[in-house]
Ligand binder design. Structure first.
Ligand code: HSE
Length: 428
């Protein structure tokens, strides 16, 4: 048997402990599959004395993850600290400089610094892998880089934040408002330490930025994404969408559009009967479309100890097997800079607004839409209060520019009581 592959694991939170458990539980099976024993030689975390419910006695301890990354007896540095800067970045950079392969679950780090890290790794001849960073236990990076290598990817879509999917589906099934379900999530421990990462669409945006780079051979460009969170989604939107046969999802979409790359993580309506529409609870789904394969759908747990550690170990096994792919599927220097002026693909839109209940109000809104070239498909007025009436409009396919012009003109009419809500109805 060849010498063991020696891991140094930095970060002993949920995913770190899960990774240690798999290495301990499946030592023989992993050795057989990887062709080499997988061993942990050293670990690092913020607190040494905490009881993590896992045996760590046989491993060397380092207080400093950078020191861990540079140890002679570590072949693969496993970064499970998290955060786009600080110790995680310092330690990954140190590992790469020291000629170590790296496995990480850190989507923020790669979304913000992926290009520089990929160039550094390739210059050093080391490999940087991050299956666990996107959609937890779903092997989506492997699917894109290996399983679909023969395809031109035409579109990547996904629900990639389980917390948001839990909130939206729980609001719907229990008829609860956003604030109540958000509090439930706090109690269930579903939220990131900074909940804006979840409900603001940032965590899911990091994941989409990584998938877009791999799928379209472009440099990771998180800043180019359009990102909207779910905070403004009301139970009313969810119920009205359901009444029309749709579900609301925080949906990521990346596709070539015009001259550039369209990448957005926004709340969208999807047909209730579609796989995305049927996705309940804190689960993830990624939909990949290729010119040869057509559409494939991957569904599974996007977070949690077992699923995320499963993806970490898959990367470790690939390193042991000698599978060494470029970080984003093609050499870092060959990644293109996405061209600017990507236009949003035209789409039907769901619009909800409160109109002052006075003669001609609806006619003004219809005229504004018509003047901007936006055609109405369906319209409904319901549930009057004393002064205002809620109105729903579903448009035919319209360009985003035209819709934005109409939304801005609506606010000048004096007949809308608050800013209209506008959500895409995604063609899937
Ligand atoms: N907070 C994320 C989620 C998991 O809810 O899906 C980590 O990315």
């Amino acid at each position: 048997m060849p010498t063991p592959l020696r891991l140094g694991i930095a970060g002993l939170g949920t995913v770190g402990v899960g990774t240690v458990r798999i290495v301990q539980r499946h030592a023989q099976m992993l050795a057989a599959r990887a062709g080499q024993a997988i061993e942990i030689t050293a670990v690092s975390a913020r607190s040494r004395n905490k009881d993590r419910g896992v045996q760590l006695d046989g491993y060397a301890w380092e207080d400093d993850p950078v020191a861990l990354a540079m140890r002679e007896d570590v072949d693969v540095f496993v970064e499970l600290i998290g955060g786009e800067d600080g110790p995680a970045k310092d330690a990954v950079e140190a590992a790469v400089s020291a000629g170590k392969d790296v496995v990480t679950a850190n989507k923020a780090l790669l979304a913000m610094h992926g290009q520089a890290l990929a160039e550094a790794a390739e210059a050093k001849g080391v490999t940087l892998r991050y299956e666990a960073a996107v959609a937890g236990g779903i092997p989506v990076i492997k699917a894109l880089t290996e399983g679909l290598a023969g395809n031109e990817i035409t579109r990547v879509m996904g629900v990639m934040n389980g917390t948001c999917n839990y909130i939206l589906t729980r609001m719907q099934s229990a008829g609860l408002d956003y604030t109540t379900v958000f509090k439930e999530c706090e109690e269930l421990g579903y939220l990131e330490a900074d909940p804006t990462l979840d409900v603001g669409g940032i965590d899911a945006g990091h994941k989409l930025a990584l998938l877009a780079a791999i799928a379209f051979g472009t440099k990771v460009d998180y800043g180019a994404l359009t990102i909207e969170g779910i905070e403004q989604i009301t139970i009313e939107d969810i119920e009205q969408a359901a009444d029309m046969g749709y579900r609301i999802k925080l949906l990521g979409v990346a596709q070539k559009s015009g001259n550039g790359l369209e990448a957005r993580m926004t709340p969208c309506l999807v047909p209730e009967s579609s796989p995305l529409g049927q996705l309940e609870g804190p689960t993830n789904m990624v939909v990949l479309e290729g010119d040869a394969v057509g559409q494939i759908v991957l569904r599974g747990a996007g977070a949690g100890e077992g699923p995320t550690a499963s993806a970490v170990i898959a990367d470790v096994c690939d390193l042991a097997r000698g599978i060494r792919l470029p970080v984003f599927g093609v050499a870092a220097k060959a990644l293109e800079t996405p061209k600017e002026n990507a236009v949003e693909t035209p789409s039907a839109y769901y619009l909800r607004m409160e109109l002052f209940d006075k003669p001609g109000a609806l006619a003004r809104i219809a005229a504004v839409l018509g003047d901007s070239g936006v055609s109405i498909d369906r319209m409904r007025q319901y549930g009057h209060s004393a002064e205002t009436a809620p109105v729903l409009i579903v448009t035919h396919k319209a360009a985003r520019d035209a819709l934005d012009t109409a939304l801005s003109a609506m606010r000048q009419t004096g007949v809308v009581a608050s800013a209209p809500v506008a959500l895409r109805i995604e063609d899937i």
